[in-house]
Design a protein around this ligand. Structure first.
Ligand code: 1GP
Length: 243
């Protein structure tokens, strides 16, 4: 059974906390992970759009593992951030990227490392939705076939492709600290068409937004920015989505 299926067999909805190794020291990352786990987060994701070195990823994961026991999942921006001490990796394809490296070539470069280090891959489709006027970091760094927030059919078609190609889950991403999250009507439309778990992240700033996303069909809520400041909001979010 895959990790996500197994976690979803115990909880109706899940919460993952995303720690960007570039945003704090490894020691601080461990402390932040511990707080998130005390609040009930189900896994710690490690990654960010700008991460440059394998060492900082490694050190961050080491510290997280000293503080918490929940699964650690790499959320890599390239093969260079694959780190041998991670439990799992979102082995992901950025479906609406125009760049080969986010579709296949970094994945091909990373595959032997994942095998050598016995990291468990979770095949994941990753879709960036452009929801906000101000471009998010991922939009600035990756050339995209843009999917606007009202491009519902386009998003559904990508989701169908993800399921038909055997992806274990799909991550609908509005971008870190996005002004607006992935819209509810897009989630509802995708949920109607596919059965694989839906992960939603980007701009989920409070419990009321998180509740709307799970009610619309999301299975997993991801918070990243909140771990860096307003961390107590994660407690409200988890309580709200799990009741
Ligand atoms: C970014 O979806 C994640 O990849 C998390 O977004 O930082 O807005 O929580 P936030």
């Amino acid at each position: 059974m895959s990790l996500i299926t197994e976690l979803l067999s115990h909880n109706k909805k899940l919460h993952f906390s995303l720690i960007d190794p570039d945003k704090q020291t490894p020691e601080e990352a461990g402390k932040r992970a511990k707080i998130c786990v005390q609040y009930g987060t189900n896994a710690i994701m490690i990654g960010g759009t700008t991460v440059q070195s394998r060492k900082i990823v490694y050190d961050t994961i080491q510290s997280i593992k000293q503080h918490v026991k929940v699964p650690t999942i790499l959320f890599p921006n390239s093969a260079d951030s694959v780190s041998e001490n991670a439990d799992y990796i979102f082995f992901m394809k950025l479906l609406n990227s125009k760049e080969d490296k986010y579709q296949i070539s970094e994945q091909v470069r990373g595959a032997p490392l994942v095998k050598k280090w016995n990291i468990i891959p979770i095949p994941m489709a990753y879709l960036v939705i452009s929801t906000s006027k101000k471009p998010t970091t991922v939009e600035k760094n990756v050339k995209l076939h843009r999917i606007q927030q009202d491009d519902i059919k386009k998003a559904v078609d990508y989701a169908l492709y993800a399921e038909m190609t055997g992806m274990q889950c799909i991550y609908l991403e509005a971008g870190s600290d996005a002004e607006f999250p992935v819209p509810n009507d897009m989630l509802i439309a995708i949920r109607k068409e596919i059965t694989i778990p839906i992960i939603v992240g980007g701009g989920i700033k409070n419990a009321s937004i998180a509740k709307q996303k799970v009610d619309a069909g999301a299975d997993i809520i991801v918070n990243g920015t909140a771990t860096e400041g307003n961390i107590h909001v994660i407690k409200d979010i988890i309580q709200t989505i799990q009741t």
